[in-house]
Design a protein around this ligand. Structure first.
Ligand code: URA
Length: 204
């Protein structure tokens, strides 16, 4: 609408981007969340890893991937000997979308419109971080990064290329691993570690 202030140009720092995200009401999720959660990590990181959206813990703490999915992600990085502080970790969507069940806030997958509305924040971040390569954890991240629907279970473990030339390695989301039957988790985790490792190894 005409009465809204125009979008500020994508300039400045990651801190400025974070401040602007806190004001974002371009979709309905922001008003219900505790805070917006931006990516964390060093500018110029070799690899930027993108998830779906903050969960309960991330929403409360204001940092990406600190809850159960984040802990599994950390275990995978440890297995690869990669320090989390060397990785830029972010999300496709900046706010936690949930459904209230009693007092509990249950994760709800963001709609395509919501993910699309949020995409410019992710692109601003990529422009500032200038990573060597991208990793998409799951379908929401893959679609936001590549601008098309991605069948993750078919395209996982392969390098895909964006129009700007940046390469994207697609793999599953750690929450997917947590939902698998117990008996399948160990093997699925090994495959996740191998695929994630490709992002640092370069070759596919
Ligand atoms: N799941 C995500 O996709 N991102 C987070 O930050 C946490 C959980």
């Amino acid at each position: 609408p005409l009465w809204e202030a125009p979008e500020l140009p994508a300039s400045g720092s990651l801190d400025e981007l974070n401040r602007r995200v806190q004001q974002c009401r371009e979709c309905p999720i922001g008003a219900r969340a505790t805070q917006g959660v931006c990516g964390k990590g060093p500018q110029g990181a070799a690899v930027m890893v993108v998830g779906e959206q903050p969960g309960e813990q991330e929403d409360l703490q204001g940092r990406p991937f600190v809850g159960p999915a984040g802990q599994l992600f950390d275990r995978a990085l440890q297995r690869l000997g990669i320090g989390r502080e060397t990785v830029f970790v972010s999300n496709a969507v900046r706010h936690f979308k949930f459904e209230l069940r009693g007092k509990r806030r249950l994760h709800k997958t963001p709609s395509q419109q919501e993910a699309l509305a949020c995409r410019h924040w992710l692109e601003d971040e990529i422009a500032q971080v200038r990573p060597g390569a991208l990793v998409a954890l799951g379908a929401t991240a893959a679609r936001s990064l590549l601008g098309r629907p991605v069948a993750v279970l078919e395209e996982r473990g392969r390098w895909l290329e964006r129009e700007d030339g940046l390469r994207v390695l697609v793999t599953v989301h750690p929450s997917y691993l947590l939902r698998l039957p117990q008996g399948e988790q160990a093997e699925a985790f090994e495959r996740f570690v191998r695929e994630l490792g490709q992002a640092w190894g370069g070759a596919s």
